[in-house]
Design a protein around this ligand. Structure first.
Ligand code: SF4
Length: 278
């Protein structure tokens, strides 16, 4: 079974997130629009007309979205090259399928990391195979998928992997409200921060080696000079929502967001219709 591609490649997609998903202006999308309506900035070649100035134009929400590769998967495999522009295309169905596929790709990204990091990754490996197989289904199969059964099993496998990677005796802030907190003096190596609220937390210079950030809300968390290179379950959308700089260390292969201050950070822009468009 071929592994899923887990990084968005917008050049092989048809701007699906810009069409099929609903936008809300108060969530950073510049305007309200319904799912199925093309964004008015989407050009005829399916590229974003304001990609290089999204933040300055009041569209920061676009820069923190990531489909984890679901967009090109849907375009090339699930609908075999058929576009939302084609006569008779069922955009509502495509939107629902994209939502399911995005969940599966995000789950696969985390399971893939668990397999690489966990010393005993058997459950994660088995589930990664199952998720990969499910993602290869036709639209009807994807829409009939029992996510209420699958996702809790994924969560349990990730939690178990996290415990083994982090080891014993590490601090737990799972689901804690740490918004705005100054955490610069805390030892967060191996900390359990999954599901925590770290909005605008001060993490400058903090070493987050093996810290579990699964599902943490890190909007505007200040990670200038921090070491995130071995943080667990860190995603591109999370990184894009943080405030970093040239001194922030990121995992190998994860580019620094284009809106971070320039420096020695070795990457391009991340996010919705991101690097692949540049
Ligand atoms: S992020 Fe890129 S690949 Fe993913 S749905 Fe949007 S346009 Fe397509």
């Amino acid at each position: 079974m071929k592994p899923l591609e887990l990084v968005a490649d917008c050049g092989r997609c048809t701007g699906l997130c810009c069409v099929l998903l609903p936008f809300r202006a108060d969530s950073g999308f510049g305007t309200d629009k319904a799912g199925g309506d093309p964004c008015h900035h989407l050009a005829a070649d399916d590229r974003c007309g304001i990609h290089s100035v999204l933040r300055a134009s009041g569209w920061p929400g676009c820069t923190v979205f990531d489909c984890f590769g679901a967009g090109q998967h849907l375009t090339e495999h699930t609908y075999a090259g058929r576009s939302w522009r084609d006569p008779g295309a069922n955009r509502a169905e495509m939107g629902a399928v994209l939502s399911v596929l995005r969940l599966l790709h995000e789950a696969a990204a985390h399971l893939d990391e668990a397999v690489r990091r966990d010393p005993a990754p058997r459950d994660a490996a088995t589930l990664l195979g199952e998720v990969t197989e499910r993602a290869g289904g036709i639209p009807d199969e994807l829409l009939a998928l029992d996510l209420d059964d699958l996702m809790p099993r994924v969560s349990a496998a990730l939690r178990a992997a996290s415990s083994r990677v982090r080891g014993d005796g590490r601090p737990s802030y799972a689901r804690a409200d740490l918004a705005g907190r100054d955490l610069r003096r805390d030892d967060l190596r191996g900390a359990d921060l999954h599901g925590s609220t770290l909005i605008a937390a001060d993490l400058r210079g903090v070493d987050l080696d093996d810290a579990d950030l699964l599902g943490a809300d890190v909007r505007d968390a200040d990670v200038r000079g921090s070491d995130l290179s071995r943080a667990l379950f860190l995603t591109r959308p999370q990184v894009a929502a943080m405030r970093g700089d040239g001194g922030t260390r990121l995992p190998a292969g994860m580019p620094a967001p284009g809106h971070w201050p320039a420096g020695d950070r070795g990457g391009g822009a991340a996010g919705r219709r991101g690097a692949a468009q540049e």
